[in-house]
Every structure is written in structure tokens, then in C-alpha cells.
Design a binder for this molecule. Structure first.
Ligand code: FES
Length: 140
């Protein structure tokens, strides 16, 4: 039986959540592996949320926010860029593969982009195999 990764996706309410909604309304084919969590802004996603998602059994974490210049809280997504860069460094020191955490921008009109990112992420994490925090993030 093939491994089906669990992906937690934090979606910003104003753009990415609506993009995901558009994909659904338009009946676009999307991998069923993504569990969406709506947040008001990508800048609301604390590093702790990501760590807790992995701890709770996620094999990958996706953060989707508004494109540059479109954040409804002006600089929320710029904060996210800095935060995720630091978090990725920390995860790599813990032996967690870089590809398990991804930050992307999806607008309300980009249903197709939402589908392509989530499908791509699902495939990428499927190739990595299940995440196990018990052995420092390596497969098994
Ligand atoms: S409101 Fe969407 S990233 Fe800030």
C-alpha cells in the first residue's frame, strides 16, 4: 500500500483560503492529503504551530499567504518570509528535511495555483516518506 502523507496547510483567510475555495467551487482535482487550517494572516503562523503540527503527526507543513504587497495586515507576509527562513535552519539542525516545510503565495483568484502547489507538495513528501520525530525526522 502506498504511503499517503498528511499535510497541514495554514491558509491566510484573505487570499489563500479563498484560492482553495475557488479550486473547490471550480471542481479542480486536488490531492486529498491536505488538511487546511484557516489563519487571518500567514504572519499569524508562529514557529510553534509548525513544530506542533509535526509533533501531532504531519508529514509536511504548507504555509500559504497573500502575494507580496497584498497582505491585508501590510507586512504580515514579510514577517513570514523571515520567520520561515529561520525555522527552516532550525529544522535542518534537527535533521528535518527542508522540503517538509514550504511557504508559497496564492491569491483568491489562483485556484489552479493552489491545486498545483498542494499536489506538488504531496508528491514531494510522499517521496520523502513518513516523518518521524522520534528518530530526529529521518524516515522510518
Ligand atoms: S493577510 Fe494574507 S498573508 Fe497577511
Amino acid at each position: 500500500m502506498s504511503f499517503e502523507p498528511k499535510i497541514i496547510a495554514f491558509l491566510c483567510n484573505w487570499c489563500s483560503y479563498r484560492g482553495a475555495d475557488l479550486a473547490g467551487i471550480s471542481r479542480m482535482k486536488c490531492a486529498p492529503n491536505v488538511r487546511p487550517i484557516r489563519v487571518m494572516c500567514s504572519g499569524r503562523v508562529e514557529p510553534d504551530f509548525v513544530l506542533k503540527a509535526f509533533e501531532a503527526g504531519a508529514d509536511g507543513v504548507l504555509i500559504l499567504g497573500c502575494h507580496s504587497g497584498d497582505c491585508h495586515y501590510v507586512e504580515g507576509n514579510y514577517k513570514t518570509i523571515r520567520r520561515i527562513a529561520l525555522l527552516k535552519k532550525m529544522l535542518s539542525q534537527l535533521g528535518i528535511e527542508d522540503e517538509r516545510l514550504r511557504l508559497e503565495w496564492v491569491s483568491a483568484s489562483e485556484g489552479a495555483r493552489f491545486v498545483s502547489i498542494t499536489n506538488e507538495m504531496t508528491e514531494q513528501v510522499r517521496k520523502l516518506g513518513p516523518f518521524s520525530h522520534r528518530n530526529g525526522g529521518s524516515n522510518g
